[in-house]
Write a protein that binds this ligand. Sequence first.
Ligand code: ATP
Ligand code: MG
Length: 437
Amino acid sequence: MKKKINMQLVVIAVLSILATLVLTGAAFYKLFYKQVFEDLKVYSVILEKEALLGDWEKEGSVSDDVLRITLIGQEGNVIYDNTAEIATMENHKERTEIARAMEKGEGKAVRESATLGKSTFYYARLLEDGNVLRVAKEAKSLWSVFGNAVPLISLIVATLLISCLIMAHLLTESLIAPVEQMAKNLDAIDEIETYEELQPFVAMIKKQHEDIVKSVKVRQEFTANVTHELKTPLTSISGYAELIETGMASDADVVKFAKGIHKNSNRLLSLINDIIRLSELDSSSGELVFEKINLYTLAQTCVDMLQFNADKHNVSLHLMGQESYVSGDKQMLEEVLYNLCENAIRYNNENGSVIVTVLPEGEKTLLIVEDTGIGIPKESQERVFERFYRVDKSRSKSTGGTGLGLAIVKHITIKHGAEIQVESEVGKGTKITVTFN
Ligand code: ATP
Ligand code: MG
């Protein structure tokens, strides 16, 4: 871009220099031309006034080697000439300037001289007695005027060109400077003053830059969290195993430790499953083949499957509503149902209840999972969808939570173009609504 702008500026400069040169040259020459004729006219008037006319025949009366004076009779015959022998001169009636003077009283002509690079300017005037007085003068032609000026003109052009080149360079630099500055310093893109026309790009670049920074941060946090989350159960497993290995544990202890190992390895497995699931969801770019799914039937299966789990927690689990179809991926929708119901059971109170509702609403389908559980504090309601976020770390851990369930749910709802909404009150319960459009 820089090169192009620079080039264009230089081209504009060169063209304007040339145009100026040609135009001033032409104007100058026209002036010069006019001046020569003006002079000739004055001479002719003086010659006439000075009453020199009577003395034409007197040899040398007007002996000017710059000025050529000719007197032509009414028939075109030369009466007098101060530079040539009149006997050798042909009839002048046809000469442009003479013919014109005879007709209109005044005539002008310019003819190439025998001398190279010179032109002869003729001015003829009709006198009162019917004769024509012609005054001629040799002057340099346009080309020789230019030719003489070539060194000076070249010098001027060169100077102009060099200063144009420098100016073009500086101008380009200053034009491009804000853009370059922006490229160098994306973080402070706001503080750099740019052109109004660039604002949409600046805004877009800024947003993309922020998104990239954010996603890098999220990724780093995720990696750190994963490492930490994996380490905890593994440390426990290693600890239990070591105790058994040293033979210090009694038989009863061995059973207890084995239980611990079992629990922690299960936790590890579910953690790894969730992480794999998340990265699968992350990497599958678009191209999902959706099918028509009866969400009510799917919910029924899930409720049936979790009934045992609910009983174990002394929580009642029911399905309500009616058949409703959504376009989606069956496995993913199962995951949504399973995660939401599992949370509703897990974060419930003794003798609490969970009600799952599926119902059509116009073109949309609603999935509502409502529990009478511990609830989610206001400040955490947005955050529960973040990876590894748990409201109460200790409770969640003791119940085997990894904090990835709702992150997966959120991910899936986005892929289905659905919206998820949380309503919750601490101590009363939570209602999660997924709206399929
Ligand atoms: P995972 O589902 O991966 O086994 P988890 O249940 O801890 O682990 P999420 O399902 O993502 O993770 O939930 C995040 C947090 O949100 C939970 O730890 C819990 O604190 C809170 N939460 C989720 N659902 C409910 C609910 N129905 N009632 C109260 N709190 C909830
Ligand atoms: Mg969960």
